[in-house]
Write a protein that binds this ligand. Structure first.
Ligand code: NAG
Ligand code: NAG
Ligand code: NAG
Ligand code: NAG
Length: 431
């Protein structure tokens, strides 16, 4: 999306359980399908030009993005879902990132990944342990600075009761460096009469003052789940020296690899922590997460920082996966890895795993039981259908490859981000 664009947000509220039964009056034959196209793009101007160009980033001095913990105490805590209501992921960062000439990356094994949790705030009787990692963002060119992350921890909590509030603390108890107590609620059990009450859907979020109003609005509406449909921090609108830029394509004409300023990820995760350490967030990649670096590596921050149910949903990938939230089966698709019917993607097999998105999607759809999850919702970053001139038919190849498969499996709703050219939208859907 354009750098000036505002986050796209909507709230799916459930009465979704009632289904689409209120007789549609639209004559189906009058709606052209994409197969009748290509059409000439139609752009609707923003009503208020003032909405453009003034999405101002939070500076690194903003108290909401400054590191508040000491030593190896947990920072940037978040919750995300596994495939079903009985498990969630807890993620956090310990230790600070480094950006210096000679970096000695932190040793991930030096800090334990432990979560203590339970149903009573002062009685955290269960314990789970997980894994940890670091990632580097390397630019072997004169004048550019490298980055090495803090230690990123991911712990899967299993055996949870559905629709239940759990309290937790995460960290390394031996240091000791444990977080304060937080709480999250599991999804309701999957079934045709069981739904999360409210789901917030946001794309192209960034870390601007507009992001803060979007996130505040989202929080006030008390969603049970947040979907973030790509374009997370816009760290790639920065040079490695921390200088921001207004225009993605015109300000980096001569850099051998497009630069990023990785601390923006840490700032973003700190800003989001009060929200996403209590409300589960599910993320899928956008174009701004690509973040090329040395040795052809891409998507390192995205793939390292979030926990995804890739193993649990059989995709073995961070780029695409599925999960259930009550009676909804969500499919998160990757618009920036291969989606061809007969093509294995090298980029998706490196650290991020997977590589065969189309075949995985076939298997995943075949396994959906509509008596358990009557609703089938698919999401990815870039829309297949848009009349706006910017990004017009940009992912047409993905549509050509996958549309028939989604259509023939009766996907009910598709949610995307990317084309944020309309003003900020908060849509309450009562379906
Ligand atoms: C960044 O890392 C690369 C690979 O190790 C190295 O060649 C380069 O000199 C480093 N850059 C700086 C500024 O330290
Ligand atoms: C976005 O934030 C800017 C200030 O940074 C403000 O002037 C503008 O009104 C905001 N836009 C919206 C849609 O909230
Ligand atoms: C970062 O580099 C750019 C381009 O060389 C320069 O214009 C800017 O002043 C630098 N910023 C800092 C903080 O050094
Ligand atoms: C993938 O599919 C698209 C659209 O069908 C096609 O244009 C492209 O050439 C395919 N890529 C490969 C590597 O086969």
């Amino acid at each position: 999306m354009e750098n000036w664009a505002l986050p796209i947000a909507m709230l799916l509220t459930s009465t979704i359980a009632a289904g689409f039964d209120g007789g549609s009056s639209v004559a189906e034959s009058s709606i052209p399908t994409t197969l009748d196209g290509p059409f000439t793009p139609v752009s609707v101007n923003l009503e208020d030009e003032g909405f453009r160009g003034n999405a101002v980033d939070l500076p690194e001095t903003d108290p909401r993005v400054v590191r508040r913990v000491k030593g190896f105490e947990p920072d940037q805590i978040s919750v995300s879902l596994s495939v079903s209501a009985d498990a969630v992921w807890i993620s956090w960062v310990s230790g600070d990132f480094q950006m210096a000439d000679r970096i000695q990356p932190l040793n991930p094994a030096s800090v334990a990944s432990t979560v203590r949790y339970g149903r009573l705030r002062n009685y955290l009787t269960f314990k789970a342990t997980g894994h940890s990692l670091i990632y580097n963002q390397i630019y072997p060119f004169a004048g550019m600075r490298n980055y090495s992350s803090g230690i990123i921890h991911h712990v899967l909590l299993t055996g949870l009761e559905p629709d239940t509030r759990y309290f937790y603390r995460c960290g390394d108890p031996s240091i000791p460096a444990m977080s304060t107590t937080r709480a999250f609620k599991t999804m309701p059990v999957s079934g045709p009469k069981s739904y999360p009450k409210r789901i917030a859907v946001v794309g192209d979020l960034g870390l601007t003052y507009n992001t803060t109003s979007t996130v505040n609005h989202m929080k006030e509406n008390k969603p049970d789940l947040i979907l973030l449909l790509g374009d997370v921090t816009y760290a790639n609108l920065y040079l490695t020296n921390g200088t921001g830029s207004d225009c993605y394509s015109c300000s980096f004409p001569n850099t051998p690899i497009h630069e990023t300023y990785q601390p923006r990820w840490d700032y973003w995760a700190r800003f989001m922590e009060p929200t996403i350490s209590e409300i589960p967030i599910m993320v899928v990649e956008g174009n701004h997460e690509k973040e090329e670096q040395a040795n052809g590596r891409t998507f390192e921050a995205y793939s390292s920082r979030f926990a995804f149910p890739g193993e649990e949903s059989g995709s073995h990938s961070t780029f695409y996966y599925s999960f259930k939230a009550g009676g909804i089966h969500f499919i998160m698709l990757g618009a920036y890895v291969s989606y061809n019917k007969s093509e294995f993607s090298e980029i998706a097999v490196d650290r991020q795993g997977g590589g065969d998105q189309y075949k995985w999607l076939q298997r995943d759809l075949a396994a959906v039981d509509r008596t358990v999850t009557p609703w089938l919702i698919a999401t990815w970053h870039a829309p297949w259908y848009s009349t706006y001139k910017s990004h017009y038919r940009e992912v047409e190849c993905m549509r050509v490859e996958m549309e028939e498969l989604l259509y023939s499996n009766g996907v009910d709703i598709v949610l995307t981000g990317h084309v944020s050219s309309s003003r900020l939208r908060i849509v309450e859907m009562h379906v």
